[in-house]
Write a protein that binds this ligand. Structure first.
Ligand code: DON
Length: 306
């Protein structure tokens, strides 16, 4: 099985590498504008631990919104089903940083992966933890088996200087009463959370717990229940790519999550997680070549959740 996938990954990588590198790098976070747009890496980790990658798969990049899945996992583990009183589970059909639907839904974000929803998740973590920044980092360190992992001050500071839209979102939600802590503290944690950096290898391994019914693959430690794992995967399938979530499900057929750093993680329950990185984004804020490559992987393997 593993060697079969190695061939598939190589075939997809070699094809995508020759394609025109379309799209634009995200520049609204100034630090992200410095990235080499030609980067392309992909790594697959199977739940039996076997793994392989190609290209720039061992280079760290800013995982950005991909971290929203990890903050959701921690908040869901702590709060349980009450979480859904604060954040909905519906696709938004809007851009990731949209303010639009908050007015109609009285400060309840449509889902935890839009910026608005992830900001509410940060607020929930602050309310339930003594030190959310430290404890979230510890959670991810454990999940990834990366005890040295830290936030990137460079990226977080860069976003803190320019993140007016996220500050607006946080204040707007606060006006409806769905942010309980001080907006400045919540948004500060949100920017740190988004600043995590990982390689494709580290990221694919980190996400295998969602392909393994909520258990880490390295030591079988239970992170979240099977049901919670199923629900998070369902949310990734329906909301992981904002107004392009339908397109990703249509073309790739797996749950996944993108970030404006050009990363995408996707996973096939009971099988594998794949992380791909190519910094240029399409008009929906998702990695152009990342989506193409993952489409080829499920096409060549003839396996998806459908
Ligand atoms: O809040 C932001 O705008 C970024 N820190 C994260 C956005 C993001 O990654 C959207 N993903 N495609």
């Amino acid at each position: 099985m593993a060697s079969h996938y190695k061939d598939i990954l190589e075939k997809a990588y070699n094809k995508i590498h020759l394609l025109e590198n379309e799209g634009e790098i995200a520049t609204y976070i100034p630090e992200l504008a410095n990235i080499d747009p030609s980067k392309l890496g992909v790594h697959m980790t199977n739940i039996d631990g076997s793994n392989f990658g190609i290209g720039d798969h061992l280079e760290k990049f800013s995982i950005q919104s991909i971290a929203k899945v990890l903050s959701l996992a921690l908040a869901y583990k702590i709060v349980g089903e009450d979480l859904w009183e604060r954040v909905d589970v519906e696709p938004s059909g809007t851009k990731f940083d949209s303010l639009l639907l908050l007015e109609s839904y009285k400060g309840i974000p449509r889902n935890p992966f839009m910026n608005s929803g992830a900001i509410v998740i940060c607020d929930i973590l602050i309310s339930h933890l003594d030190n959310a920044k430290v404890e979230f980092l510890d959670f991810v360190r454990d999940l990834s088996d990366l005890p040295e992992l830290t936030y990137s001050d460079k990226i977080a500071d860069s976003e803190k200087r320019t993140g007016y839209r996220n500050m607006a979102l946080c204040n707007f939600i606060k006006s409806f009463g769905n942010i309980k802590n001080e907006p400045a503290e919540v948004i500060d944690f949100y920017f740190d959370m988004c600043s995590l950096e990982m390689t494709c290898q580290q990221l694919s391994k980190t996400f295998t717990f969602l392909a393994n019914n909520g258990h880490k693959i390295s030591d079988d430690k239970k992170i979240i229940s099977k049901t919670k794992s199923k629900r998070i995967n369902a949310l990734m399938l329906t909301c992981g790519f904002y107004d392009e979530s339908g397109e990703f499900a249509f073309r790739v057929g797996l749950p996944g999550k993108s970030g404006v750093g050009g990363g995408i993680v996707t996973l096939y329950p009971n099988n594998y997680a794949i992380a791909v990185w190519s910094p240029k984004l399409n008009e929906h804020g998702n990695s152009f070549r990342g989506m193409e490559l993952l489409e080829d992987v499920t096409t060549y393997s003839e396996l998806s959740i459908f």
